[in-house]
Design a protein around this ligand. Structure first.
Ligand SMILES: NC(=O)c1ccc[n+]([C@@H]2O[C@H](COP(=O)([O-])OP(=O)(O)OC[C@H]3O[C@@H](n4cnc5c(N)ncnc54)[C@H](OP(=O)(O)O)[C@@H]3O)[C@@H](O)[C@H]2O)c1
Length: 336
């Protein structure tokens, strides 16, 4: 059986570590569809897995990578045929299933989405889990009656993958936006992405009364911790906060006052186990009317190879990156 390269997470005596190594399909978690991976991408979760700083994979050894795009090589499921172009984000990849940072993946058909018209294999990974999550957040905000009339929507972790794409999606949907960032020197970039206003994270009040002057119509939060607590105190009546991430902290020290005196809603966003109908509909949106403009120029920080992944993951963990890393594995997906 032929061997191929994969970034595998192992359990060592002092913790987890990842390395590029050669494996066979037999060593992967079971699945009906074999995909030649064209591209993967790096999300915060991948950085946690590859640096060993977070127990992302359920079980070891496991191929890291929560995202992939590529071409079907073989399928025992009638839903896919050899040559089909596909993508996968979340759905257990890089966690309970061997993931996308590899030349091949073997997955259940239920984890795969046919690449929608309007997206290239590279663009699908420029978006990846980050883009899908930002789209899910927008869907949840709209479903809970967020309107531009509420006022500006604050986006935290704005130079990151989810934050940057969320700025563009919100702007396109007619919202005024504010980028809250730890990198105020990136203001020009954030404005290009769709920010109407740039607010240094250091200027936010980190502790205060349960309610402060309400300035934000709503929010998309990637940080958790003090920043999310601040947002609960400053969102206007009936505004929504889409809770996505924990880059600052998983802790949340708030009171119920914003919820019961202002009708503010905290909307949970979970991009892994998403009902399939929502998943398909959101990818169609991302390939069509919600497709971010100039995706490659504005969102892609760099296209790197598998061997550059560990270093890029260190940068992500330090919060230093701007935009998204796409990982090029075999851009033709095996010549298709
Ligand atoms: N719920 C879900 O399903 C889901 C899906 C995707 C991602 N997430 C989570 O959402 C968050 C963002 O993901 P991502 O892929 O966009 O990550 P990313 O590309 O690494 O961006 C994270 C951004 O957060 C800020 N940041 C990083 N470290 C920080 C720290 N220690 N303290 C404060 N701010 C920090 C930085 O932005 P600034 O410098 O501009 O502030 C950074 O660019 C992560 O926590 C991730 O796990 C959750």
């Amino acid at each position: 059986m032929s061997r191929f390269e994969a970034i595998r997470v192992h359990q060592g005596s002092t913790g987890r570590f990842a390395r590029l190594e050669s494996v066979t399909l037999d060593e992967l978690t079971p699945g009906d569809v074999v995909v030649r991976v064209a591209y993967s991408s790096l999300n915060y979760k991948d950085a946690l897995a590859v640096t060993g700083k977070g127990s992302i994979t359920r079980g070891t050894p496991r191929t890291a990578g929560i995202d992939l795009s590529g071409v079907v090589e073989s399928s025992a499921d009638p839903a896919f045929r050899p040559g089909d172009r596909v993508l996968a984000t979340g759905a257990g990849l890089g966690e309970s299933l061997d993931g996308g940072l590899a030349e091949r993946a073997r997955l259940p058909a239920s984890a795969l989405v046919r690449l929608p018209d309007g997206l290239s294999l590279l663009e699908a990974m420029a978006l990846g889990t980050a883009g899908f999550t930002a789209a899910l957040a927008l869907r949840r905000l709209l479903e809970n009656h967020q309107t531009p009339e509420h006022g500006p929507v604050a986006v935290t972790g704005a130079t990151g993958g989810v934050g940057g794409i969320a700025l563009g999606l919100l702007k396109r949907a007619g919202f005024t936006t504010a980028a809250i960032t730890g990198k105020p020197d990136s203001a020009a970039y954030l404005r290009e992405l769709g920010a109407d206003e740039v607010v240094p994270r250091a200027s936010l009040a980190t502790a205060g009364k349960p309610l402060e002057t309400a300035v934000w119509g709503g929010a998309v939060d990637n940080l958790g911790g003090d920043t999310l607590a601040y947002l609960t105190r400053t969102v206007r009546p009936w505004g929504n906060i889409a809770c996505i991430g924990l880059a600052q902290s998983p802790a949340l020290n708030i009171t119920v006052m914003p919820l019961i005196l202002r009708g503010v809603s905290l909307l949970g966003i979970h991009s892994v186990a998403v009902p399939r109908a929502w998943r398909l509909a959101l990818w169609e949106k991302l390939a069509g009317e919600w497709k971010p403009r100039e995706l490659e120029r504005l969102i892609v920080r760099a296209v790197i190879g598998l061997e550059q992944v560990p270093r890029a993951c260190e940068e992500l963990m330090a919060g230093e990156a701007r935009g998204r890393y796409v990982v090029r594995i075999d851009e033709t997906g095996g010549g298709a």
